[in-house]
Design a protein around this ligand. Structure first.
Ligand code: C5P
Length: 234
């Protein structure tokens, strides 16, 4: 797995997505397709983006009973995406079921990288304690979920870059860390709480940063994307 910037294409329809991707001439960013676009346009949008030569992280964050997740993963695996994910809070059994669903359709190296969401980067310590009723510190919760994901056989986790180093320390350097909540100092944080700059994410050992609004809402998205690439990758 090489270090890379994944652009979160959080658009509500196909037209806005392709208008955005059309601006990238000669560069094919790794893109993340989330629930918004997938629920609006369905699998054909994913297939079209793939045909254009982008690598795709299908970010549907599955969280359901193991059998439902297994069967859903089997369906999703037919799309040939490069990365997909589930919530670690769905339990080890659910994560194992996710992999099982994939293995029924694709074998060996062909299966997508499967990662688990530990805690959303929009969740802060207050929400962890008061909304989720989890009294342990954030880092302990994230590391515990990461270990459980590894135990289930997953390839990595989605976490804050603030936790990437500790996740690698606990789960190994080849356990992939995919980290949203990345902003330049001059950028708008939006609803992200635990944010870092691309340079900090690199220093802390993130394998992939996921960047949405700072790129999709920029006056010049390509220039902004390249700015993130320069600071994170080069
Ligand atoms: O616009 P922004 O850069 O905040 O987008 C971050 C993307 O990463 C969004 O698509 C969001 O759904 C996703 N994400 C996140 N935190 C997680 C998992 C995914 O922000 N823990």
């Amino acid at each position: 797995m090489g270090r890379d910037v994944i652009v979160a294409c959080d658009f509500e329809n196909r037209r806005d997505t392709f208008d955005f991707l059309d601006r990238f001439e000669g560069v094919k960013p790794f893109v993340k397709i989330g629930m918004e676009l997938f629920y609006a346009e369905g699998p054909s949008a994913v297939e079209e983006i793939k045909k254009r030569g982008h690598r795709i992280f299908l970010d549907l964050k599955l969280h359901d009973i193991p059998n439902t997740v297994k069967r859903t993963m089997a369906v999703l695996s037919r799309l040939g995406v490069d990365m997909c994910n589930v919530h670690a809070s769905g339990t080890v059994r659910m994560m194992e079921a996710a992999l099982d669903g994939l293995s029924r359709v694709q074998a060996g190296d062909l299966r997508p990288v499967v990662i688990a969401v530990t805690q959303l980067t929009s969740t802060d310590g207050y929400a962890l304690k008061n909304d989720l009723l989890i009294s342990r510190p954030m880092e302990e919760v994230v590391l515990h979920y990461a270990e459980r994901a590894k135990q289930a056989g997953l390839d990595g986790v989605v976490c804050s870059a603030l936790e990437a180093e500790a996740v690698h320390g606990r789960c190994g350097s080849d356990f992939v860390t995919v980290t949203p909540g990345v902003r330049f100092h001059d950028g708008d944080r939006g609803d992200q709480k635990r944010v870092v700059t691309p340079a900090e994410a690199k220093k802390r050992g993130s394998d992939y940063i996921v960047v949405g609004r700072p790129i999709t809402r920029a006056a010049d998205p390509v220039a902004e994307y390249l700015r993130f690439v320069r600071e994170f990758k080069d």
